[in-house]
Ligand binder design. Structure first.
Ligand SMILES: Nc1ncnc2c1ncn2[C@@H]1O[C@H](COP(=O)(O)OP(=O)(O)O)[C@@H](O)[C@H]1O
Ligand SMILES: [Mg+2]
Length: 457
């Protein structure tokens, strides 16, 4: 800068005008109908005209959900939208180049629920650790103590892999603050976490300072027992004897722990770890999760040349499928945020039997996605047999709804949830007709209602 001249103000990256990524234009015919005057109308899902790309298909068994999902995947893939299918039954086979990875106990590929996103605003160690804990807590009972212990364990694990909670530059694989590291930086995996918890457990059970704590607890127990006996006016010589021995063992263990102290924060650390039982419970849960085989560190090897990627998770149990879908959705959500804003969808996530993968918690990842992910170029397509547990935000966030013949026992409930008049669903013939709603940008509310169509075969 020339001296004396006014300082040049450089615009920060935030201040720069945001350029939205362009995205392919795709239209998918949903059906045709006839007006009372006899003229025909066609209803389309359109990537650039609907309020958002999110789509909900509802239909009883055999009504045609898989058929429609397959049609959607084919059209989206052919149109250039990267399409991810979560195939829970292994029966969605689009008519365009599709790369499939089968997930089972013996698969070599998996999702890594511990991969940290380097994004300074949306990513990082704290977010990942908290998401992982929330994910785990949805699947298995975790006490508050176990949650806080797991958080500490995760932070410790991440630090040992070169990811620091409060240093965003270390969230990338390219920055490694570890001067002692022998190998290239990588994300820790579920297996690494299980090993880490196991080591902690061993240290607590058999470690030196752990041993001192155990002895201290033994002294406390005997002291209480002795007090109880004295209240009853009994002698308790044998307890007194044991108490003396326990005290002496505790003194030895403490002397040894003091002798071996290295870092100076051993006691603080130990006090934060609660009891070994809580950690043991945590370790058991992580082991069973690891045994499912779906959280291996090796990313699935999909063919980048194929527009459709099919995650065949049919061999997994219901609980494993749920965990898998949540992990995948989270990964896609954070990746999409990192890619930035797009003018329309360039990634589709298709989930069959979606009732198993949503719940009414606002923070549930599928709800979060439906609310926030549209502007980052992601559309979500959900298929379900009924709407029982679908939270309201899911229903109001999907601009396109295709109602395909719903079982008589569910009709009333679905009508109520969608605000349809009584008996409206009775007229649908499975595999032939449907009620369709497509909310279009700029259209008036009265033009956004449901219409009857003959579906596409
Ligand atoms: N619109 C349609 N045109 C022609 N065949 C259809 C149509 N919808 C469904 N089918 C056929 O009906 C059967 C059941 O459909 P499917 O999609 O498997 O139902 P769901 O997934 O809802 O249980 C399949 O053989 C499918 O090919
Ligand atoms: Mg089906």
């Amino acid at each position: 800068m020339r001296s004396g001249s006014a300082p040049v103000i450089l615009s920060s990256p935030e201040a720069a005008p945001r350029v939205k990524r362009s995205s392919p234009r795709v239209a998918i015919p949903l059906g045709t109908g006839r007006l009372s005057g006899g003229s025909e109308y066609k209803v389309h899902w359109n990537s650039h005209e609907t309020v958002n790309g999110h789509t909900l298909l509802v239909g009883g068994t055999g009504a045609g959900k898989t058929h429609q999902l397959t049609r959607f995947a084919t059209a989206l893939g052919q149109g250039g939208i990267r399409t991810l299918i979560v195939d829970v039954h292994g029966d969605i086979h689009p008519d365009c180049p599709t790369s499939t990875v089968l997930f089972s106990e013996s698969t070599e590929f998996g999702l890594n629920p511990l991969a940290v996103s380097p994004d300074p605003h949306h990513g990082g160690v704290r977010k990942r650790a908290n998401s992982f804990i929330a994910l785990l807590a949805r699947q298995m009972a975790l006490g508050e103590k176990q949650k806080s212990a797991l958080y500490r364990l995760l932070v410790e694990l991440y630090r040992s892999y070169g990811f620091e909670v409060d240093k965003p530059d270390t969230w990338s694989l390219d920055v490694d603050p570890r001067t002692w590291a022998k190998s290239r930086k990588r994300h820790p995996t579920l297996r690494d976490l299980t090993r880490h918890v196991e080591n902690k457990l061993k240290a607590m059970r058999w470690g030196l300072s752990g041993q001192a704590l155990v002895q201290f607890q033994e002294v406390q127990k005997l002291q209480k027992k002795l007090l109880g006996l004295r209240v009853q006016d009994r002698q308790g010589h044998d307890v007194l004897d044991k108490l003396e021995k326990a005290k002496s063992a505790a003194v030895d263990a403490y002397a040894e722990a003091l002798d071996k102290m290295e870092r100076g924060d051993e006691l603080d650390e130990l006090l934060g770890w609660e009891t070994p039982d809580a950690i043991k419970g945590l370790w058991d849960r992580l082991c069973s999760l690891e045994a499912s085989g779906i959280f291996r560190g090796r990313a699935p090897a999909f063919d980048p040349g194929c527009p459709v990627w099919r995650y065949d998770i049919s061999p997994l149990s219901r609980a494993e499928q749920q965990f898998f879908v949540q992990c995948l959705a989270e990964q896609q959500f954070y990746d999409a945020k990192e890619r930035g804003e797009a003018e329309g969808p360039d990634l589709a996530l298709i989930i069959d039997e979606a009732v198993n993968h949503v719940d009414d918690d606002d923070d549930h990842i599928v709800n979060v996605m439906l609310r926030e992910v549209r502007k980052f170029g992601v559309m979500v397509v959900l298929a379900a047999q009924e709407l029982g547990t679908f939270p309201k935000p899911v229903l109001s966030s999907t601009a396109t709804k295709l109602l395909l013949g719903i079982d008589a026992t569910e009709q009333k409930a679905v009508e109520r949830r969608l605000g349809l008049e009584d008996g409206k669903l009775r007229s649908i013939s499975p595999q032939q007709t449907a009620l369709v709603q497509v909310q279009r940008r700029g259209a008036k509310a009265q033009q956004q209602g449901y219409v009857d169509v003959n579906v596409i075969s």
